[in-house]
Design a protein. Structure first.
Length: 344
C-alpha cells in the first residue's frame, strides 16, 4: 500500500465515518433519554432513502400509508388514555397532530408524487413522510412500556425492527435503488479528488453536530432534555414530562436517520435492509462512547469508518468481523474502569 492509496482510503473512511457519527449520536440521544436501544433506526435510514428515490421517480411511496395508519392509531390511543379528562383545546390539538396532519400529508403526497419536483421539494416531502412515523411509533409502542427494564425495551425494539423490516420489503420490494447525486463536480487537492456528494455529506454532518451542540447548550428545550437524561425523576418533579422528552428524542433521531438515508442514497445502492448494517456501525461507535458521550461517539465513528475502509482494502472478507470486533475491547475497557470505580 503506497501513500496515495492510504490517502484515498482515509478520505473514504472519513465520509463513511461522518454517516456513522450521525447515526451513533442519534442512538446515544435516544438511549440517554429513554433507555431504549434503537435497533430500528436503520429502517428509518432505508425508508427515507427509498422514499426519496421513489419520489425522484415520480411514484407514490407506499410508506405514506404506514404513516397515516400509525398516526390514526396513535391518536386513538392518546384519546383513550386521556378519556374523561381531555379538554376541547387538547382534543383539537390531538386531532390536528394525529389525524388531520397525516391525512393532509397523504393527500398531498398522492397529488405531488407524480409531478416532477425540485430535489429540495423531494427531500422535504421525504422528511415529512418518514420523521413523524417515529413519533407515532413512540406513542403506540414505547409510551405504554416506558417504565420497563432496559432488557424489555430492547426486546420491544427488536420486534419493531423486524416489523419495519418486513414492511420495508412490502413497500419497496427486494430490488435495490439508487438516487442521482445531490451535488455534481469535484475538488482536487493534489492527488486527492473530493466529489461534490462527499462534500455535501461532510458539511451536513458538521452542521447537524453543531446544531445539536447549540440546541442542548443554548435552548430551554435542550436543557430540559439534558436534565431528563441526567435524572428522569428529578426532571419530572420540576415539570419536565419524560414522555415528551422521549417523543422529542425520537423525532430528532428520526430526522438524523432520514438525513443519513438521503445523503447515502446517491453513494450506494439501497435495499430495504441496507439501513440495519449502517445502524450497527453507528452502534459500535455508540458503545465505544458508553452510550453517553456525543463527542466520544462521533470520534469513535470516524475511527470505525477509517478502519472499515482500510480493512476493505487489506482484508475485505474480514472487514465486518474487524469492524464489529471493536465492541469487544470497548466493553472490556468499560468493565475494567467500572470495576475500578466500584473498588474505589
Amino acid at each position: 500500500m503506497d501513500f496515495d492509496i492510504a490517502l484515498f482510503l482515509t478520505q473514504d473512511g472519513l465520509v463513511s465515518g461522518a454517516i456513522y457519527a450521525l447515526v451513533g449520536v442519534a442512538l446515544v440521544l435516544i438511549f440517554m433519554l429513554t433507555r431504549i436501544i434503537a435497533v430500528f433506526l436503520g429502517e428509518f435510514i432505508a425508508y427515507s432513502a427509498l422514499t426519496y428515490i421513489t419520489l425522484q421517480n415520480d411514484l407514490v411511496p407506499q410508506v405514506i400509508w404506514l404513516t397515516l395508519i400509525c398516526g390514526l392509531a396513535a391518536g386513538a390511543m392518546r384519546f383513550y388514555s386521556r378519556r374523561g379528562q381531555i379538554g376541547r383545546a387538547e382534543a383539537l390539538r390531538l386531532i390536528m397532530i394525529y389525524a388531520l396532519f397525516p391525512a393532509i400529508l397523504t393527500c398531498a403526497t398522492i397529488y405531488l408524487a407524480p409531478i416532477s419536483m425540485p430535489t429540495g421539494a423531494d427531500i422535504a416531502l421525504t422528511f415529512l413522510i418518514v420523521v413523524p412515523l417515529a413519533s407515532y411509533l413512540y406513542t403506540i409502542v414505547y409510551r405504554p412500556v416506558a417504565d420497563s427494564s432496559v432488557l424489555v425495551l430492547l426486546i420491544v425494539s427488536m420486534g419493531v425492527h423486524m416489523a419495519l423490516l418486513g414492511l420495508g420489503l412490502v413497500f419497496f420490494g427486494p430490488d435495490g435503488l439508487r438516487a442521482s447525486p445531490l451535488a455534481s463536480g469535484n475538488i482536487t487537492f493534489g492527488d486527492i479528488r473530493v466529489t461534490g456528494q462527499q462534500i455535501v455529506i461532510l458539511i451536513a454532518a458538521i452542521v447537524v453536530m453543531s446544531a445539536l451542540r447549540m440546541f442542548f447548550g443554548k435552548t430551554y428545550q435542550g436543557t430540559a432534555l439534558r436534565a431528563t437524561a441526567v435524572n428522569r425523576l428529578g426532571a419530572q418533579l420540576v415539570g419536565i414530562p419524560p414522555a415528551l422528552a422521549g417523543q422529542l428524542s425520537f423525532i430528532i433521531a428520526a430526522f438524523i436517520g432520514s438525513l443519513c438515508g438521503v445523503l447515502i442514497s446517491p453513494v450506494t445502492t439501497i435495499y430495504y435492509d441496507t439501513g440495519f448494517n449502517i445502524a450497527l456501525k453507528g452502534f459500535v461507535a455508540a458503545v465505544i462512547g458508553a452510550l453517553a458521550s456525543f463527542p466520544i461517539t462521533a470520534m469513535a465513528a470516524i475511527g470505525v469508518g477509517v478502519l472499515e475502509s482500510f480493512a476493505s482494502f487489506t482484508a475485505s472478507q474480514y472487514k465486518e468481523v474487524i469492524t464489529f470486533g471493536l465492541i469487544i475491547p470497548a466493553l472490556l475497557l468499560r468493565s475494567f474502569f467500572t470495576a475500578e470505580e466500584d473498588h474505589d
